[in-house]
Design a protein around this ligand. Structure first.
Ligand SMILES: [Zn+2]
Length: 346
């Protein structure tokens, strides 16, 4: 059964009327606890990450800046990222939630899902941005590397925005493969994340961006991911899988122009579990509350029942409709194939 890590204390990151607010995680937890998918015994409380954990990724100057900023009552860190008096402590709790999810997987859960906030994947080593303060996933990865001695990681990020913070932190790291599918950056924050952002130095070829045009749908996503995910993952052979989960690519989400439907989130749960067998999932974006509710049910359903659902998908009961795959999507795949074929057998 999927373990979920959550606490009501996340409300102390009080963003007021901001689109990233406590209503998001409440909507998710409400639907998961109402459904039969998550029993109360599978909900775990996070503990705050230590400063030592956070400093494996962020600079001490930056951590101190955030602490003092919140101590003074908070406000706008940049034009779209806000903090309140409680945000420093809450951000540490969100990191701790992500670490806890990874530990639950190491303890034998097939999958564990940190339903925390603030989100993290835009936060760089020394900068908050895009609603993110500390990079929950990157800090978890460094914890696993140093404390648990895990060496090779694959990160898959299907939030509709490119996780520029996570990508930058591991950009020259040969042991961390980062794959992100997102709305192409000319039309969406953070304005980078093109195919040629492919990693550097030792990490060259280890940063794989799949930039999707506006109006791409679930068929487009599946067309590319079916060809890329398994091939790259099997070739890279990670020891540990981390997934950045975002629901803002849904057609009803107010922040993007991607047109995924609920079904996609079940499919991706199935696909990733079938590939990895064990998954640590960390919540990033998703801003329409009804969508968050319905798509989280789909995702957990996919994680829980991946074996039977995979068979159904393979027998074409719910296969992608290739007539709905845009020509641009085929072009993107051909580009990816050309650029990444020196690194992977794609
Ligand atoms: Zn996002």
């Amino acid at each position: 059964m999927t373990a979920v890590v959550y606490t009501d204390e996340y409300k102390e990151h009080d963003t007021g009327m901001h689109v990233e607010n406590q209503g998001r995680v409440k909507a998710i937890m409400h639907v998961l606890t109402q459904s039969d998918l998550i029993g109360k015994e599978n909900i775990y409380q996070p503990e705050q990450a230590t400063e030592e954990d956070i400093l494996r990724v962020h600079t001490s100057e930056y951590v101190e800046y955030i602490r003092k900023f919140c101590q003074k009552g908070g406000g706008n860190i940049d034009f779209d990222t806000v903090a309140s008096a409680g945000s420093y402590e809450t951000a540490k709790l969100a990191v701790g939630g992500a670490i806890k999810a990874a530990e639950l997987v190491l303890d034998g859960h097939d999958s564990a899902y940190s339903v925390g906030r603030p989100p993290g994947h835009h936060a760089t080593r020394d900068r908050a941005m895009g609603f993110c303060i500390f990079n929950n996933l990157a800090i978890t990865l460094e914890y696993l590397r140093e404390i648990k001695k895990i060496k090779r990681f694959l990160i898959f990020d299907f939030d509709v925005h490119y996780g520029n913070g996570t990508a930058e932190i591991f950009y020259e790291d040969p042991d961390v493969m980062y794959i992100s599918i997102h709305q192409e950056p000319r039309t969406l924050f953070p304005g980078i994340g093109n195919i040629n952002n492919m990693g550097n130095e030792e990490g060259e070829g280890m940063n794989l961006c799949i930039p999707m045009p506006r109006a791409s749908n679930g068929h487009d996503y599946r067309y590319i991911l079916e060809k890329i995910l398994q091939t790259v993952a099997l070739s890279f052979a990670p020891e540990f899988y981390l997934v950045d989960v975002g629901f803002d690519g849904h057609r009803d989400d107010p922040l993007s122009g991607i047109l995924l439907d609920d079904e996609f989130f079940k499919w991706i749960g199935v696909e990733m579990m079938d590939l990895a067998q064990s998954l640590t999932l960390i919540l990033e974006g998703g801003y329409d509350l009804d969508t968050l509710a319905s798509c989280n049910v789909e995702l957990i359903h996919g994680l829980e029942n991946y074996k039977t659902l995979k068979e159904e998908y393979e027998h074409n009961k719910e296969s992608i409709d290739r007539t709905q795959v845009h020509q641009e999507t085929r072009v993107i795949y051909e580009c990816l194939k050309e650029i990444f074929s020196p690194y992977f057998d794609i």
